[in-house]
Write a protein that binds this ligand. Structure first.
Ligand SMILES: NC(=O)c1ccc[n+]([C@@H]2O[C@H](COP(=O)([O-])OP(=O)(O)OC[C@H]3O[C@@H](n4cnc5c(N)ncnc54)[C@H](OP(=O)(O)O)[C@@H]3O)[C@@H](O)[C@H]2O)c1
Length: 317
């Protein structure tokens, strides 16, 4: 089968089309023939070599989510899955290929009316946005700031906050035109990347960016405000970022982290299933930036690096 591997960490040119034997599902696993593969911000971070501690080596096939048809099942998996159309989480890699392996616990049937590209745009990001808001104890009436709203997690967080009764939904983004697109999805205030604009303080900050500006956004928390960091697109915050909390000590602010790894697969599926159904009804929008052939994975990453992507790029074999 055709697959894309990281031959050299760094630039998108290090991604190469290779031939690999089609893998066989092991016990508890399924083999999925891909229809659509999501290109996530974390894939670009892994390719750049900035994600440490997971032991990625040259030859790594990136990609963590795929939609397609179950082609085979391993020992212990119900054979009635074969032929069913599913969304799957493949872990920290393996999805940029004509076929991918996933744990049977990490697959969910896709509604007939949901295009595969939409499934891989919502499948991971939707539950991350949902549980990040829950982790921030978001409640109706809270003002919410989504930092890094133009990506697939942010786009879902904006919609969920607006639908959940937020009193304001602010976003950071790099251009006025993106701001308008985010307003159409439920944003009510548009800030630039540095946080210029909007109100002085927010009850909830969902931060997908981290990096050197994190302390400034900690400073935007209202009394009893909660920040939840879900990503680090701009890298680690300064080592002393916790100092930004001290001037707000008497305002009882909280700064926390959220990873979907701490939510069970069945709980993530429960949210995902509802979100897929909401998307079919037109109540939740997945924003597919562009669909490209799998062979153009390097182009997809170049577009990510150039900041061109609003929503998610999807690859098709
Ligand atoms: N917590 C979890 O369970 C979980 C799960 C999956 C992924 N993640 C993390 O989520 C992140 C990727 O999320 P995503 O795919 O939604 O985002 P994304 O598409 O990679 O980026 C979202 C937006 O951030 C803005 N941005 C990019 N670089 C920036 C910078 N240096 N400073 C400020 N803004 C910047 C860009 O919008 P503008 O140009 O409009 O500003 C971009 O469109 C990764 O860090 C990944 O590790 C977390």
């Amino acid at each position: 089968m055709k697959a894309i591997a990281i031959q050299t960490f760094g630039s998108p040119d290090g991604l190469a089309l290779i031939d690999l034997p089609t893998p066989a599902p092991g016990p508890g696993q399924v083999l999925i023939t891909a229809e659509a593969i999501g290109v996530g911000g974390v894939d670009a971070m892994i390719r750049r070599g900035t994600v440490q501690g997971f032991g990625f080596t040259e030859g790594h096939v990136p990609g963590s989510e795929v939609a397609g048809v179950v082609a085979a099942v391993g020992d212990g998996v119900d054979p009635s899955w074969v032929g069913r159309r599913v969304w799957a989480f493949t872990g920290t890699g393996g999805a940029y290929a004509e076929a991918a392996i996933a744990s049977a616990e990490e697959i969910l049937p896709i509604p007939e009316d949901l295009p595969a590209a939409d499934a891989v745009t919502l499948g991971s990001s939707g539950p991350v946005a949902h549980y990040a808001l829950a982790h921030a104890r978001f409640a109706p009436g809270d003002s919410v700031l989504v930092r890094g709203a133009a990506g697939s997690i942010g786009i879902l967080a904006v919609q969920l906050a607006a639908q959940g009764g937020a009193s304001a939904v602010a976003v950071t983004t790099s251009s006025a035109s993106r701001g308008e697109r985010l307003r159409a999805l439920g944003a009510t205030e548009v800030l630039d990347r540095a946080g210029e604009g909007g109100r002085p303080e927010y009850d909830v900050v969902i931060d997908i960016i981290a990096g050197p500006d994190l302390p400034a956004f900690i400073g935007r928390l209202a009394p009893n405000g909660r920040m939840v960091v879900v990503g680090a697109i701009a890298g680690f915050p300064p080592a002393d970022f916790g100092a930004a909390m001290l001037p707000k000590f008497r305002q009882s602010i909280s700064v926390g982290l959220f990873s979907a790894d701490t939510v069970s697969a069945s709980d993530r599926h429960a949210v995902r299933e509802k979100q897929f159904a909401a998307a079919v009804r037109g109540e939740l929008r997945s924003v597919v930036h562009e669909v490209l052939p799998l062979t153009e994975a390097a182009l997809a990453h170049r577009k990510m690096d150039d900041g061109e992507v609003f929503g998610r790029i999807v690859l098709t074999p």
